[in-house]
Design a binder for this molecule. Sequence first.
Ligand code: ADP
Ligand code: ZN
Ligand code: ZN
Length: 740
Amino acid sequence: MFADVSFPISSYQTFSYEIPDSLLKKVKVGVRVNAPLGRRKVQGIVVGLQKTLKYKGRIRPIESLVDDQPVLDHHLWKLINWLADYYNTPVGIAAKTALPTSLSTRYKPKTQMLVKSTGQKSDLPKKAKAQIAVLNHLKTQNGFIAVQSLGEFASNPVDVCRKLSGKNLIEIKLEPIIPDLTGFSFKPMFKKIRFSGYQKSAVDKICTSLDKNEFTPFLLHGVTGSGKTEIYIEAARHAISQGKTVIMLLPEISLTPQIAGRFRSVFGDEVAMWHSKLNQSARAWTWKRICAGDYKVVIGARSAIFSPLKNLGLIVVDEEQENSYKQESPAPRYHARDVSLMRGKIHNATVVLASATPSLESYYNYIQGKFEYIHLPERYGGAKYPHVHVVDMMKESKETDMYGSIFSRILIEKISDRIGKKEQVILLHNRRGFAPVLKCADCGEIETCPHCQVSLTYHKSGQFLQCHFCNHLKKQLPTQCRECHSLTLQLAGVGTQKVEEELMNLFPEAIVERLDVDTTRSGKNITEVLQRFSDGDINILLGTQMIAKGLDFSNATLVGIINGDTGLHLPDFRAGERVFQLIYQAAGRSGRGRIPGEVVVQTYSPDHSVIKCATQLDLKKYYNICLDERQTLDYPPFSWMVRLEISGENKRAVENASKIMGRKFNHLPKGMILLGPAYCYRERLRNKYRMQIVIKSKKTSDPNGNKLHHHFKKVINNKDSSNLPGNIRLIVDVNPVSLL
Ligand code: ADP
Ligand code: ZN
Ligand code: ZN
C-alpha cells in the first residue's frame, strides 16, 4: 500500500510513500505522519491511499504516525480540499490552517495526584513524622485533595503519599488537569424570553429548514436591537434537540461577551469557546474534546468554522459583513462567511448569515433569490430608533469662529445632559493614537515611517511616534523638519487619545474609558471595561470601531460620532459601504432600552450620499445607490475578483515582475477585465514596494466564477509564472475585501 502525503510547504504536489506493514492498519486518510522529505523529516497529512503506483523511482517509507486516529473526518477533509483549490493554496498549508498548531490526538493533559484518607486505623512508627503529619491532615479533610497542597507537612508529599497508600491508609487517584479554557470570564445572563411575532416567524423558518436536513442559506436581516441573539439561541436549541451540533461565529469574541454569556447560560458546559486567548494546550484539548463529541456548540471567531463537530446542523455568522472574517495573511486568504456556506453545503446544514447591515454581497444574493430572507424590521420590546442629529462641522466652525474643534456645541450639550441624568454615552472615533500626523508648518513635510509609506502617529501616553502598519517606534521626537530644517513642527489630526484628553478637560467629573487597540495591548481587559460600563460605573465609553457593533446597553442613550467621514475618501470600492455600516451600527447602540436614544454625527460632508443615508438610517436607499455604482463599474457583487500583489524590497524588480505578470493576463477571455499593474495605495509597507493586478470577471458571463478561477490558476500555476525571482513575493487574494 502507498500513501499520498501532503506537507505544509509551498508546493502544490503531494508525495507518495510506502506504508510499512507495521502501520498498515493505522494509516488512514486524515492521519498525520512523519515522513522524509529531502533530507528532513517532516510532518504531513495523508490525503489518499493507493494500492499500486505508476511512478517507477525510489519510494521511501513513512517513518511514524503523529496521531493514533484521523484528526479530520471526511467532511472536514472535503472542506480543506475546497479551501485549497478555491484560494489557490497547497492543500498541506490549507490543512495547517484548519488544524490547531500543537494538535495531537495523543495529547493528554497533565495529571495531578489527589489523595484521601481511607479512615483505617494506623500504627505508624513515631519516627515516620512526615507520614503522620500528612495522614493527620488528611483525616481532617472531606474528600480528595491535591498532593501539591501538602507541602507544609512533608518535603516530598508524593513519596510520602505513595508509602501511605502502600499501607492502605490513603487512597490515591490521578485526575487530568484541564487547561484553563475560560481565559476570561463571561457572566452568564439569564433572561425571561417572550418572542415577538417577527422573532417567532424567524425562528419557525430556521427550524423548518433544520427539519429538512438540506443545505439552506439564510440572510437574517434584523435591525439593531431586534433581538437576533435570542433567535440564534432558539435555533441552536432546535438543532441540538435533533442531535445536531452548532457553530456560532462572532467577529471577535471578547467584544461581544453578551452573546457568549447568553449561550453559556442556556447551554452551559455544552458550549466550547474557541478564541484567541486559548493557549496551545487548551486549543489541543478543546479540539480533542470537540472530536470526541463532548460539545454541542462551538462559539468563536473566524477559525472556529473548522471545528471538528460531527453532525453539524446549524452555522450562524453574526455580523456577517465584518472584515475580520477574512484572513488577510497568511494564505489561504479565506473568508469565513464563504467557508461557512461551503461547510453548510457539505453537511446539508442550515447557514444563517446575520446582520443589521449585511454585506452588499449577501444582500445581492438575497435579491437574486440565492438566499432565503428573514427580516426583523423592528426593535424588540417597542424600543424606538434613535433620533439622529447631523452636524455640519464646516458651518459649526464658521459660526463659532473656531476651526478644528473636536466637539460641536450640540454634542457637548448632550453629553453634559446625559452625565447629569446618569445616563451613558458612547463615542466613536475611528482613529487611534493622539495625532495621526506630525507636519512641518513651513513646508508641509510629514514625518513618515522609514519602512512604510504612511505617516507616523503621535502617541501622547508614552510620547512616541508609531507606524500603525509595521509598529515601527520612534522614541525621539524630531525637533526640526528634515526637509527645510524649520523648527515649527505641528501635530495634526485627531486620534482617540486626543479626544480622551479633551473630554477630561470638558467634563472633569465624568468617568471616561477608552477602548482601542492600544488600550487592549496595554493589558486592559476589554470584557472587564464592558462589564463596568454595563454596571453603570463608566459615564463615557470612547473607542474605535471596536465598540460600534454587538453591544447592548440599555442605559446608553447617546451615541456621538466624532468624525463620520473617517475612511470615506479612501480609494477603495468598499470605502462607502464600510462607513455606512459603521455609522448605522454605532447609531444602533443608542436607545436600546426603555429610554429613547439620540445620535450626533459630526461631518464635513453632510451631503455625501453615504452620510445622508446613514444618518437617515435608510439602508435600502444606500444599498440601491451602492449597487448601482458597483454595477456600472463591474465591481463585486456584479463580478468575481482576484487580486495579485507583487512585492519586494527592490523597486525596479517589483516593477519588472509586475509588468511580466501583467502581460500574462493580456489575453483575457470575454467578460474579464484587467486593472493594473499599478502601485497599491500604500505603495510601500514593511520595507516592501507593492504593486497589484486586479482581474474582474462579470457575473453575466461567469455566473459561478469558474471561468475566472480556471483562467488565473492556469496562468499563475504554470511553471514560468511560479518561477518568480527570489526577491519577489506573489500574493494571490481571491475575493479580496480591500484593494488598499
Ligand atoms: P440585536 O443583536 O438584534 O441588535 P439583541 O439580541 O442584542 O439585538 O437584543 C436586544 C435586546 O432585546 C437585548 O437586551 C435582548 O436581551 C432583548 N430581547 C430580544 N429578544 C427578546 C425576547 N424574545 N425576550 C426578551 N428579551 C429580548
Ligand atoms: Zn519643512
Ligand atoms: Zn511602518
